[in-house]
Design a protein around this ligand. Structure first.
Ligand code: ACO
Length: 285
């Protein structure tokens, strides 16, 4: 769905959306669900890495847009894969979910697990009020993920922080006044600028910074504040909009596929958003 498509039904324009956010289009699920997209990612990962489903010790799905409250998407994917040795669970930390799930996975691999899937899948289009131009232009649907295996490396360094005193700045769900996204955009923008910069400054340096893809202007401001050239901070929200937890693994996939990320590079992943929450983790590809 392009910005021009949206301006057919909303008082908005391609110019406003692309200047303020860097977003030009987003994918909207038709028959796909959070489960079906997550399962497709899981199957791709197993095929590409030639790992049998029975070798999986765990499956974690990060999502803020589950199809059901229970069973979790992770459980349904485990069943569909016949990954009979895997325990499965979902986590919801909104846009920071993938980084939190990776942090958990790293700790599981540091224990008894040897192999697992970390998937992020979102159908945010079901949570958007399509009459509300303040939020409808921002979000999209998508999924991505990684297969993780134990190696001899020490635990990755991570930096996770929750800000539960600011929950009202970004809410979605039937438990509040509206089932749809309700967001104080400027407050979330200021929060992200402040706390993402602080988190990046606490972390060691990296070769590539994969930040949650919410807003191109915001990423540029963050990069300026931590003195990073934009070549180290790739972005793709022009194509996808904000896909919450899925944005970082989608970007990771694209950067590996087109050679912007190569073996041995240090990657700093940083997710931030609803909760409010921030999470950074440093990985070597
Ligand atoms: N088209 C045209 N005009 C619009 C639109 C639109 N789609 N949306 C808002 N406007 C208008 C507003 O009504 C306002 O008009 P007014 O001055 O007459 O009242 C004007 O544009 C400015 O609105 P602001 O909200 O001040 O715009 P701002 O520059 O702050 O940009 C935005 C809004 C893009 C949402 C920005 O605040 C932002 O990106 N915030 C961060 C959001 C975010 O990153 N969330 C990430 C977490 S998401 C998660 O965790 C799921």
């Amino acid at each position: 769905m392009t910005n021009d498509d949206l301006s057919q039904t909303l008082d908005t324009s391609d110019e406003w959306i692309s200047q303020r956010t860097g977003i030009r289009k987003r994918y909207i699920a038709s028959t796909e669900t959070t489960y079906s997209m997550g399962l497709a990612v899981a199957q791709d990962l197993l095929t590409q890495s030639q790992v049998a489903p029975a070798a999986l010790d765990f499956i974690i799905v990060a999502t803020m847009s589950p199809d059901h409250l229970t069973p979790s998407e992770a459980n349904r994917i485990q069943g569909a894969l016949k990954a009979n040795n895997a325990y499965a669970f979902s986590v919801n930390v909104a846009c920071a979910g993938f980084v939190y799930a990776l942090h958990l996975a790293a700790n599981l691999l540091n224990g008894t697990a040897t192999c697992g899937l970390v998937i992020a899948s979102e159908t945010l289009s079901r949570l958007v009020d399509w009459q509300d131009r303040k939020t409808a232009v921002l979000f999209g649907d998508g999924a991505g993920g990684v297969l993780v295996q134990r190696d001899a490396q020490p635990l990755p360094i991570s930096d996770l922080h929750s800000f539960g005193d600011n929950t009202q700045q970004l809410q979605v769900g039937a438990g509040i006044d509206s089932p749809y996204f309700a967001m104080d955009g400027q407050a979330v923008y200021q929060f992200a600028l402040r706390e993402v910069v602080a988190s990046l400054k606490r972390m060691p340096p990296a070769d590539i910074y994969l930040l949650h893809q919410a807003n191109a202007r915001m990423l540029q401001a963050i990069a300026r504040k931590v003195h990073l050239p934009l070549t180290q901070v790739p972005h793709n929200m022009a194509e996808y909009g904000n896909t919450s937890a899925a944005s970082i693994p989608i970007l990771l996939h694209e950067c590996i596929a087109d050679g912007r990320i190569t073996r041995g590079q240090k990657l700093l992943l940083c997710g931030f958003g609803g909760g409010l929450a921030v999470g950074s983790i440093l990985l070597t590809y």
